[in-house]
Design a protein around this ligand. Structure first.
Ligand code: PLP
Length: 404
């Protein structure tokens, strides 16, 4: 089934390239193929296009200076460059702090760093997925080189209070650097690195309608990093490799559109997400919202269906052309329950049946209505073969009692 015929509700995994983005990048894949670092006139259009994109990304995250923007290949590279870059620049400090619910591109890097002698504290979250700020404050010490906290979680959409996080860290140790993985907030809520006291911040183009293979890293001018990729002088010596002009142009255009579309995201996309969520919770007795009343990005909801298997739900959805996800794109496909939902202590009865629905500006009301119409039948089918019939009946009775 092609993307055109689908109801695609997995936009936290990746998004469709916006037609306007494609139009803007195409000339740089065809006639404007010059190496932007060359001396002749032919390369001017490419180098100017990169300059323009850099200025757009500077404004997108509200950096002071475009020199603070480094183009990378993806969100994972941005995180690796930031984290390894800070630690390698100052090797004397060996303590790092992060959260239990970070994306694997951060968590697995920290696991590797632990093997190299770093001490890592993993801060927990409550049952809504909200960060334990007291635990964070307690953990910051003289020896803390870096703290990394994601702005919003990819599985639940829960937003972390980054300004508060920064204040806590800087009050205890002004020299500690803060890296923010902003991959899941770009295009969903405003990003302002200055207002929020952020030292380093990563984004990824394919999460906001640019192609896969392009990302950016903001590094505050007062923050020094050792480059991850060493070679030519590109990106002011911070990331070697001939610039990917078409994709840089694409991400610039995508960022411009995302910035212009923020209001729509915060109102219309949110309205559709809320409609989907409310209908599922009201119509399906064994559905539970996994994030309670937590503050979330407007496009995401994570709902657990008790006593049934998420994979089975996804297969039935896929049969009728609906794409959603269980866990993150990286953990789905394995039978391990999501590390995020485990950190939130989602009951084991709901953890395996949890589904993430993530909308985009291309999601229509008709699509949401279709999901609302079809999902109850699917859940009923999957529930009918669950070995937990007694428990399901109790849940049903409880729901009926509450409603009567
Ligand atoms: N950080 C978060 C929160 C993500 O959701 C993802 C991708 O799912 C990444 C980082 C990695 O981004 P990329 O796929 O561009 O490497």
């Amino acid at each position: 089934m092609s993307g055109q015929n689908l109801i695609y509700l997995d936009n936290n995994a990746t998004t469709k390239v916006d037609g306007r983005v494609l139009e803007k990048m195409l000339p740089y894949l065809k006639e404007e193929y010059a190496n932007p670092s060359s001396m002749y006139d032919f390369s001017k259009k490419s180098s100017n296009a990169i300059k323009e994109s850099r200025a757009i990304i500077r404004d997108f995250v509200n950096a002071k200076d475009e020199k603070e923007i480094i183009f990378t290949s993806c969100g994972s590279e941005s995180a690796n460059t930031a984290i390894r870059g800070v630690l390698n620049f100052n090797k004397s400090k060996k303590h790092i702090i992060t959260t239990k619910v970070e994306h694997p591109c951060v968590l697995n890097l920290y696991k590797a760093l632990e093997k190299q002698g770093y001490r890592v504290d993993y801060i927990g979250v409550n049952s809504n997925g909200e960060l334990n700020l007291d635990e964070l404050e307690e953990a910051v010490s003289e020896d803390t080189a870096l703290v990394s906290v994601m702005w919003a979680n990819n599985e639940t959409g829960v937003i972390n209070p980054i300004k508060k996080v920064s204040e806590i860290i800087k009050t205890k140790n002004p020299e500690t650097k803060l890296f923010v993985d902003a991959v899941q907030v770009a295009g969903k809520i405003p990003i302002d690195v200055q207002e929020n006291g952020i030292d380093l911040l990563g984004i990824s183009g394919h999460k906001f309608h640019a192609p896969k293979g392009i990302g950016a890293l903001y590094v505050n001018s007062k923050t020094m990093i050792t480059p991850l990729i060493i070679g030519g002088h590109q990106e002011r010596g911070k990331r070697a490799g001939t610039e990917n002009t078409p994709y840089i142009v694409a991400m610039g255009e995508a960022a411009k559109l995302a910035q212009d579309g923020l209001e729509y995201e915060l109102t219309e996309v949110k309205r559709l997400r809320d409609k989907l969520e409310k209908n599922i919770i009201n119509k399906i007795y064994n559905a539970r919202l996994n994030t309670g009343g937590a503050n979330r990005v407007p496009n995401t909801t994570n709902i657990g269906f008790e006593y049934i298997e998420g994979e089975l739900i996804l297969l039935h959805l896929s049969d009728i052309g609906i794409c959603a996800s269980s866990g993150s794109a990286c953990t789905s496909g394995s039978l391990e329950p999501s590390h995020v939902l485990r950190a939130m202590n989602v009951p084991f009865t709901a953890i395996h049946g949890s589904i993430r629905w993530s909308l985009s500006r291309f999601t229509t009301e008709k699509e949401i209505d279709y999901v609302i119409e079809k999902l109850p039948q699917i859940i009923e089918k999957v529930t009918s073969i669950s070995p937990y019939q007694k428990e399901l009946q109790s849940l049903k009775d409880l729901r009926n009692m509450k409603q009567s």
